[in-house]
Design a protein around this ligand. Structure first.
Ligand SMILES: [Zn+2]
Length: 334
């Protein structure tokens, strides 16, 4: 289904089979000389058919796509790249350089996965989760998309301008949900393509899965970075477009503030691993108990918990200690 939101800006809803997210919003920016697509969808025939149908309603053929901008390298955003590239061989893939480097490491470095498994294991994750990461991590199982990316990636940088037709977009680097996540801002029309950085009701997943990263601090800084923009319409990658921009930013900040307090309170009386802590947090999901969570949900919950612990540790609100290979967190006095 295609929806022309602004002149020559189309929203195409691509179904995401088997995903609770339901659909991905792919956006087409059409002009006489160039057509740009923002994000793609999972690699399913049904999804590709929806994309082609949406494009044709906007009178654009897949072979007329000149550029595909990837807000980040997660499977629901990059999955259809091989099919699009088969139709439009010359299409350039625009992605932030950090995200490109990360995708390269994920696909090429056999030790990277091992490092994640060891990190999660030291934080209490059972091996049933740590050894199945290739099924869980949103950036994995996309080798075909990576092959295309490796061949035709055009890295974009924070602040870079992309002009198409009457529009001039600014690239905004917004790390947090993914280290090289980007948004696109059009200051004249006051439109923000927010990717997964800002969704109208879902809280973006912010997860730590290796020691050397601080995604929640990054995410909160990215919220502050975009807050000053003058935005009338947010075009997110999931759910529907919305206009309560600053209110949504405030809600997200409050959500994380509340969760930080909640985690700290759990550590006031005992030392816990991040995994035990994750099992005690009331997550907003449709399962009766932690035991009923599928392994993927447990993986997400652990990553979120670790991201919050990292912030608390930096604020000297919690400290860590290693015992028999396990990291235990405790609340600091005061
Ligand atoms: Zn997504």
């Amino acid at each position: 289904m295609v929806n022309q939101i602004f002149p020559n800006i189309f929203e195409i809803k691509i179904p995401l089979p088997h995903s609770p997210l339901g659909h991905l919003n792919s956006y087409l920016i059409r002009s006489k000389g160039r057509n740009l697509l923002i994000d793609t969808g999972l690699n399913f025939s049904q999804s590709y058919k929806s994309l082609v149908k949406g494009l044709s309603e906007a009178e654009v053929k897949p072979e007329q796509l000149h550029e595909i901008l990837l807000t980040h390298f997660h499977v629901d955003h990059v999955g259809l790249i091989p099919r699009i590239k088969a139709a439009s061989k010359e299409a350039r893939l625009l992605i932030h350089s950090t995200e490109f480097t990360l995708s390269k490491i994920i696909v090429e470095d056999e030790y990277y996965l091992r490092g994640i498994a060891d990190f999660l294991g030291s934080n209490g994750a059972p091996s049933s989760i740590a050894t199945k990461l290739h099924r869980f991590h949103p950036a994995f199982f996309t080798p075909q998309a990576y092959v295309e990316l490796a061949g035709s990636a055009t890295p974009v940088a924070d602040g870079q301008e992309i002009s198409i037709g009457d529009y001039s977009f600014q690239v905004l680097w917004t790390p947090g949900h993914s280290p090289g996540h980007i948004c696109l801002y059009e200051p004249t029309m006051k439109i923000l393509f927010s990717g997964d950085h800002l969704l109208p009701s879902i809280t973006s997943h912010v997860s730590q899965y290796i020691e050397d990263m601080d995604p929640l601090n990054d995410y909160l800084a990215s919220l502050t970075k975009i807050e000053k923009l003058d935005v009338d319409e947010v075009l997110p990658a999931h759910e529907n477009k919305f206009s309560h921009y600053r209110e949504r930013i405030t809600q997200l900040r409050e959500h994380h503030k509340h969760r930080l307090i909640e985690i700290k309170n759990h550590l006031k009386t005992e030392s816990l691993t991040a995994y035990s802590l994750a099992s005690r947090i009331p997550w907003d999901v449709n399962y009766g108990s932690w035991e009923e969570f599928p392994p993927f949900q447990k993986y997400l919950a652990l990553g979120e918990t670790l991201a919050h612990l990292k912030v608390l540790e930096q604020r000297c609100s919690v400290k860590r200690a290693k015992t028999k290979g396990l990291t235990l967190f405790t609340c600091t006095p005061g």
